[in-house]
Design a protein around this ligand. Structure first.
Ligand code: AMP
Length: 213
């Protein structure tokens, strides 16, 4: 199964993609995670990309095409993939279509994770990662016990550099202007499925997998 997950930052694409990956054994390909790995590795490219990412802007289409074409050529993507965070511009969508045409492996579906703006803001401004376990938490939605467990174990609740409020506003704006037009792009191609992505992780997952049938 080859699918693209579309949705604003904070719509839960990553969380849902990871669940689907675990269940169906197809890789989640998150361009955001790949870029963060390059930043953490301190490569020259990573150093350049960090400034763009910290501002909430998009890395150039050329670079993204290079990254995604290499990744899709890896053996584990042969049986399918869940693209999470790519494509994000019309040019990237066209590049992806060309790449998949060449490989003769068309997309099966594009799933839009649909969430209200207010909820997105809370999900993003509240998002934290426990420095000890890597567990994703949220100061608005996680239980007190979950948050305390990290801290009493000696961990810290870390916030991503691009989850600060002004950067979040820019990321949502970039989504609206550059990525949202892809909803129509894929609707016209008969690939779009929309999932109400408000609610618990399990409820959204149930809707997500139903949409894929
Ligand atoms: P994400 O974790 O998907 O929210 O991505 C974090 C950041 O990585 C984005 O705000 C962009 O700066 C960059 N990024 C990730 N995917 C792409 C993409 N497909 N095109 C351009 N920039 C991207």
């Amino acid at each position: 199964m080859r699918i693209v997950l579309l949705g604003a930052p904070g719509s839960g694409k990553g969380t849902q993609a990871k669940k689907l990956m675990a269940e169906r054994n197809i890789p989640q390909i998150s361009t955001g995670d790949m870029l963060r790995a390059a930043v953490a590795a301190g490569t020259r490219f990573g150093v350049k990309a960090k400034a763009t990412m910290d501002a909430g802007n998009l890395v150039s289409d050329d670079i993204m095409l290079g990254i995604i074409s290499e990744r899709l050529a890896e053996p584990d993507a042969g049986e399918g993939f869940i693209l999470d965070g790519f494509p994000r511009t019309q040019q990237q969508a066209l590049d992806l279509a060309e790449l998949l045409d060449e490989l003769e492996t068309p997309l099966d579906a594009v799933v839009l994770m649909d969430v209200d703006f207010d909820i997105l803001m809370k999900r993003l401004t509240g998002r934290r990662t426990c420095s000890l376990t890597g567990k994703l938490l949220n100061v608005y939605f996680s239980t007190r016990a979950e948050l305390d467990a990290c801290i009493t174990a000696g961990g810290e609740l870390l916030q991503r550099d691009d989850d600060k409020e002004d950067v979040i506003r820019n990321r949502l704006n970039v989504y609206r202007t550059q990525t949202e037009p892809l909803v129509d792009f894929y609707r016209k191609r008969g690939l779009l499925k929309t999932v109400d992505a408000d609610g618990s992780i399990d409820d959204v997952y149930a809707r997500f997998t139903a949409a894929l049938q």
